[in-house]
Design a binder for this molecule. Structure first.
Ligand code: ATP
Ligand code: MG
Length: 422
């Protein structure tokens, strides 16, 4: 109660009200409005923090640099958005922790131009501290990782005046805009290629191949393959969207991971036989269950096993094993003895449409969405995906999922492993 009294007595309530208002405005008008309202709130807190009766005498308020109440300093220090306060001569009075991660230590009392190098932000600060008009400017910091910000500059007309700089991080918004644009570009490109092939063959069949029986049969076969590719792409896109939409909803059912893995492998055994690949499955006789969505888990393992067959060696081997780690996680590993993946490509494998060898993937009817789907399913199941690979030595993909809670809360003993060839 005393803290609350101090809070109101210290006149920081405008900051609290401002932040709450900023939240509401952000919901209604988006994050840019959030920054504007927050900037006003910071300004109000500084102004009232400066004039709080118990924190500074009238004469102290006239001193330079201006005295901020400890509470105002503490609250600004904790704000998640980077904040910098400047005196009349544009020297740094205060920065919060969030701003410190951007500009570093030892900036107090330095002129702002020695701290921030961005000309647009410096011009905005200059202008606002002279004419008192608030300013907004967007800028980017290219290193170490490119980040984008919206800067708000406002002058607080205390005695002496203070200029407040507040940054709003736009990096996540920019990234998702870029991802959306890339996604649309990739999806339309992937659809355009088979569509162009189908349209081309329609024209050929109408034109010079009209009466050529043999050519007609061949072209219709190709058209059917291309149409199937488009259908698969659309199915995968829909599947990805559905999984993403449900990603925050935890699955409900108790699932035996070894059963799901066996089912996925059985469905792909004709393909493996076609490529003369031996699939070997080894699972313990009793594996503790996981909490999962059966259809999604089957889709996940079909993707991984299908990849192991597609990118495996002809006459090669695929080893599938399930078990429990010493920490209690339930795992399934799919290992092949195929071409392997260069280590530089491994971090990008789960990106949508990313393919190490585009030509090979297309030849095998791949859309480049399989591992993106795998990643989202694993994330919905609160699990982890581990990829190990060496060029020329094959790859191994391991899915780790938390075990379903047991009634006793204990860990079950594993029975000896059962190995089976498909
Ligand atoms: N087991 C593997 N061995 C070697 N490369 C692999 C393996 N699994 C995946 N890759 C590489 O990763 C890329 C992305 O795999 P992903 O499953 O996302 O797409 P895809 O198999 O090409 O198409 P889709 O799964 O949609 O049919 C593949 O194109 C391939 O280059
Ligand atoms: Mg795949």
């Amino acid at each position: 109660m005393a803290g609350l009294k101090g809070f109101f007595h210290g006149r920081l309530w405008p900051l609290a009200v401002g932040m709450a208002l900023a939240g509401v405005v952000a919901l209604l008008f988006g994050p840019l409005a959030f920054g504007a309202v927050l900037a006003v709130a910071v300004g109000a807190a500084i102004f009232l923090g400066l004039s709080a009766p118990e924190t500074a005498s009238e004469s102290a308020l006239q001193e330079s640099p201006p005295a901020l109440s400890p509470l105002a300093r503490a609250v600004i220090g904790q704000l998640p958005a980077p904040v910098m306060l400047l005196d009349e001569s544009e020297r740094v009075i205060l920065i919060n922790d969030s701003m410190r991660t951007l500009v570093g230590w030892g900036v107090e009392n330095k002129h702002v131009s020695a701290v921030l190098r961005n000309p647009a932000v410096l011009t905005a600060i200059d202008q606002t501290s002279h004419d008192g008009e608030p300013a907004t400017v967007q800028f980017s910091l290219p290193v170490p990782i490119e980040r984008h910000y919206q800067a708000y500059v406002a002058r607080v007309n205390a005695a002496p005046p203070i200029t407040a700089l507040l940054l709003h991080d736009l990096t996540a918004i920019r990234r998702s805009e870029q991802m959306r644009a890339d996604f649309v570009a990739n999806a339309s490109h992937e659809l355009r290629t088979p569509l162009a092939a189908v349209s081309g063959f329609i024209d050929t069949l109408r034109g010079h191949a009209k009466d050529d029986e043999a050519a007609r049969g061949k072209f219709l076969d190709i058209m059917s393959v291309e149409a199937a590719r488009m259908r698969r792409l659309i199915d995968d896109l829909l599947s990805l969207t559905r999984i993403e939409m449900n990603e925050h909803v935890p699955p409900q059912n108790r699932i035996q991971l070894d059963h799901v893995v066996r089912e996925a492998a059985a469905a792909l055994s004709p393909l493996a036989r076609g490529d003369h690949i031996t699939v070997e499955i080894s699972t313990p006789a009793h594996l503790p269950p996981v909490v999962g969505d059966r259809d999604e888990l089957i889709q996940l393992f079909q993707n991984l096993i299908h990849n192991a067959i597609k990118y495996g060696r002809e006459d090669g081997h695929v080893w599938i094993s399930c078990g429990q780690t010493p920490e209690g996680q339930i795992f399934a590993t799919i290992k092949d003895d195929g071409e392997g993946i260069a280590s530089s490509a491994v971090p990008r494998l789960t990106e949508r449409f990313y393919r190490v060898d585009v030509k090979r993937s297309r030849e095998k009817g791949g859309t480049g969405l399989g591992l993106a789907i795998v990643k989202h399913i694993v994330s919905r199941h609160q699990g982890r995906l581990q990829i190990e690979s060496r060029l020329g030595e094959g790859s191994s993909f391991t899915v780790l999922l938390p075990p379903a809670p047991t009634e006793s809360g204990g860990k079950s003993e594993l029975a000896p492993a059962v190995t089976e060839m498909l």
